[in-house]
Design a protein around this ligand. Structure first.
Ligand SMILES: Cc1cc2nc3c(=O)[nH]c(=O)nc-3n(C[C@H](O)[C@H](O)[C@H](O)COP(=O)(O)OP(=O)(O)OC[C@H]3O[C@@H](n4cnc5c(N)ncnc54)[C@H](O)[C@@H]3O)c2cc1C
Length: 353
C-alpha cells in the first residue's frame, strides 16, 4: 500500500494542536492531526481572553502582541469556519473591598495598564457587588465548543483529522503506520507525560474544575462576564459557566468534592439565588514553573517538535506560540530562549533518551 505523505503530523486536538493546524492551513502546508477522545483542558476552559492578571492587576509581557496575533487568527478561523467564535463581552472584576478598588484606580494610571483598566465602575443588579466592578478593556471570550468542534469537522472534511490516539510505539523515525512525514509536532497537553521523547519535561498538571449551572429564578439574567474568584458568564439562555479552580500537582482524574465545594462557596458570594448544577467538568492545565510555554525541536531527534505548557492563558499562548513555532520550522526564525525547549534539554535529560 502506498504511504500517505504529509509535511507534518500534529498530535493533540486542544488549543495547541488546533492553532498549529490553523497555521499550517494558512501556509498551505500538508498535515494530519491525531486527536484522541479524551476531554482535554481546552474543552473545559472558560475561553476567557484577558490581558490583565486579575489577582494583582498587572500586565504580562507580550500581552499586546499576543492580543493582536489572536485577533488575526480568530478572524481567519471565523472566516474559514463561517462561525462566530469571538464573543465581544469584556470581563468585569468584582471588587472584594474598597481598598482593592483603590489599588485598581492607582494601577489604572500606570502607562502599561491605562489602556486596559476602566476608571469608571459598574454596579450590576441581582449579584453581590457592593464595591462595584472594574471593566477590563480589550478582554473578551471565545465560544470554546464551537471553535473545537467546528475546527475538527473542518479538518475531517479535508482528510486532515484522525480521531485516534497516537501510539508512540508505532512511530518509526518519521513513519507512522501508513503515513510518512517530515516532522511530528507533539501538542498533547498534560498527555505529554506519556511521550517517550518529551515526557521528562517539567510540565506540571494544574487540575481545574468548572460547573454548568441553571439559576432557579426567572428574572436572573446576567448578560456579562464577571469575575470575583472565578468566572461567571451565560453560555446560553438558561445555562451559566462557573469556574475554574486551581489545584497544582493533583494528577487524579475524577471530580473532587473539595473543588466543587469551593465553587459552590465562592458562587454564593456572588449570588444567593438557588441554582442546580447541570454538569461538571474537570481537566489538567499543562503548566510550567517559570510560567512560560515550551516550544521547539528535540535535541537528538531533529524531526520531533513540541508545543506545550500553555498554562492558564491557553488561548493567547496557543495563537502566539503556534505561529512562532511554525515560523521557526518553516522560515528558520529563532525562538526566544525563555520559551525554547532547549532550556530544559540539558545533558542530564538527553542522556536518558
Ligand atoms: C477549568 C479550566 C479553565 C480554563 N480557563 C481558561 C480561560 O478562560 N482562558 C484560557 O486562555 N485558558 C484557560 N484554561 C487553560 C487552557 O485550557 C489550557 O492552557 C489549554 O487548554 C491547553 O491546551 P493544550 O492543547 O496544550 O492541551 P489540551 O487542551 O489538554 O489538549 C491536548 C489534547 O491532546 C490529546 N492527546 C494527548 N495525547 C494524545 C495522543 N497520544 N494521541 C492523540 N491525542 C492525544 C488530549 O486528550 C487532549 O484532548 C483553563 C483550563 C481549565 C482546566
Amino acid at each position: 500500500m502506498d504511504k500517505k505523505k504529509v509535511d507534518t503530523i500534529i498530535v493533540g486536538g486542544g488549543f495547541a494542536g488546533l492553532f498549529l493546524a490553523y497555521q499550517l492551513l494558512s501556509r498551505k502546508c500538508s498535515f494530519v492531526l491525531f486527536s484522541d477522545h479524551k476531554t482535554g483542558a481546552s474543552l473545559i476552559s472558560a475561553g476567557v481572553v484577558n490581558p490583565v492578571i486579575l489577582k494583582k492587576f498587572s500586565i504580562f509581557p507580550e500581552g499586546g502582541k499576543q492580543l493582536a496575533c489572536l485577533a488575526q487568527v480568530l478572524g481567519g478561523m471565523e472566516s474559514i469556519l463561517q462561525e462566530k467564535i469571538k464573543v465581544t463581552e469584556p470581563v468585569y472584576r468584582i471588587f472584594h473591598s474598597e481598598k482593592e478598588k483603590e489599588i485598581w484606580i492607582k494601577k489604572s494610571s500606570q502607562k502599561e495598564l491605562q489602556p486596559f483598566l476602566s476608571t469608571t465602575f459598574s454596579h450590576f443588579e441581582g449579584i453581590e457587588n457592593p464595591f462595584g466592578c472594574g471593566k477590563v478593556f480589550g478582554s473578551f471570550r471565545i465560544e470554546v465548543e464551537v471553535l473545537i468542534t467546528k475546527m475538527k469537522e473542518y479538518l475531517e472534511k479535508r482528510g486532515c483529522l484522525i480521531r485516534e490516539k497516537f501510539e508512540y510505539r508505532k512511530l518509526r523515525k518519521s513513519e507512522y503506520e501508513n503515513i510518512k512525514c517530515q516532522r511530528i509536532i507533539f501538542a498533547e497537553g498534560i498527555g505529554v507525560k506519556k511521550n517517550p521523547f518529551f515526557g521528562d519535561l517539567p510540565v506540571i498538571p494544574n487540575k481545574g474544575h468548572k460547573i454548568g449551572v441553571r439559576f432557579l429564578e426567572q428574572d436572573f439574567a446576567l448578560k456579562k462576564t464577571i469575575k470575583k474568584k472565578h468566572f461567571l458568564f451565560p453560555l446560553n439562555a438558561s445555562q451559566y459557566y462557573y469556574g475554574g479552580t486551581y489545584d497544582r500537582d493533583n494528577i487524579s482524574a475524577g471530580v473532587d468534592c473539595d473543588a466543587l465545594e469551593e465553587l459552590k462557596k465562592s458562587l454564593k458570594e456572588i449570588t444567593e439565588i438557588p441554582y442546580i448544577i447541570e454538569n461538571r467538568g474537570v481537566a489538567h492545565r499543562p503548566t510550567v514553573l517559570d510560567r512560560k510555554p515550551i516550544l521547539g525541536r528535540h535535541k537528538n531527534e531533529p524531526h520531533l517538535y513540541i508545543l506545550n505548557g500553555l498554562g492558564t492563558r491557553g488561548i493567547l499562548n496557543a495563537a502566539y506560540y503556534s505561529s512562532m513555532l511554525i515560523d521557526f520550522i518553516e522560515k528558520g526564525m529563532s525562538l526566544p530562549k525563555e520559551v525554547s525547549v532547549d532550556r530544559f534539554m540539558v545533558e542530564e535529560y538527553t542522556s536518558k533518551r
